[in-house]
Design a protein around this ligand. Structure first.
Ligand code: MN
Length: 255
């Protein structure tokens, strides 16, 4: 089997190396990842801008393509130009920090997996909760187990899983929960400072919403030390109100 690995923390990030080594013996693995950190770039792509591509040797252990672009650029370019053959799976991560709740929409890690899914390739985004001891080796072993289960299920074209692993300082996760993404609003805020030149500088800060307000969600699963697995879809149509809005009286023609 062929696997494409990407991420949003950059090709030299330890989480990418951990994911590579975790699945390297399962098939032919190729790496196409951003040259630099691309956190919170969401599903941005580069238009009207050239993408510099370099072949790099990472940590004396594997080769990959580094792309001076966004995570979605890497997967798109990898699939359309760089890879010798279309992969069977796209894996993204392992991100340093969870991508739960509304962060799914800001996440470059998720975007890389989503781009694979847009091409019909079953994909997984992996993220590890931040903690003092970011144990990517153990997270890699968890990612491998989850990926093998996914591959064995023969996932349909374009299935995309968002996998979040709780902090591992306290030991292995207690299990897996397949759960919906929380849609609670982030509890974030800006701090303001005055720049010496007289203008204001704002810094975004804050935290995830209270998991208690959405007890079945990915946020609650992570808080309770379970691996949270959420199947994602990318049709942003609000089907609940599609008929209602369609039934409004709309003009028949414009002149
Ligand atoms: Mn990241």
């Amino acid at each position: 089997m062929r696997i494409l690995i990407s991420n949003d923390d950059g090709i030299l990030a330890p989480g990418l190396a951990a994911l590579y080594h975790a699945v390297a013996d399962l098939g032919e693995v190729e790496v196409v990842a951003p040259e630099t950190t691309q956190s919170a770039m969401g599903h941005a792509i580069s238009v009207l801008k050239p993408l510099a591509v370099r072949k790099v040797h990472v940590a004396q252990s594997f080769h990959g393509y580094s792309v001076d672009g966004r995570p979605a650029d890497c997967v798109k370019l990898g699939l359309m130009e760089l890879m010798a053959a279309k992969p069977d799976f796209v894996l993204s991560g392992i991100n340093a920090g969870v991508n739960t709740g509304m962060n799914v929409l800001y996440s470059g890690t998720v975007a890389a997996a989503a781009e694979g899914a847009f091409f019909g390739i079953p994909s997984i985004a992996f993220s590890l909760e931040l903690s003092d001891e970011l144990d990517f080796q153990r997270a890699g072993s968890i990612a491998r187990t989850i990926f093998q289960r996914f591959a064995r299920s023969k996932p349909p074209s374009g299935m995309c899983l968002n996998v979040n692993i709780p902090a591992l300082d306290a030991g292995w996760p207690l299990g897996v929960r397949v759960c919906p993404q929380s849609t609670s609003q982030m509890e974030d805020f800006y701090t303001r400072e005055m720049h010496e030149h007289g203008h204001s500088i704002y810094m975004l800060d804050g935290r995830m919403p209270d998991a208690n307000s959405h007890p079945e969600s990915d946020l609650a699963a992570i808080r309770e030390r379970y691996v949270a697995i959420t199947p994602l879809r990318f049709d942003m149509t609000d089907h609940r109100v599609l008929g209602q809005v369609g039934a409004w009286e709309w003009p028949g023609a414009f002149e």
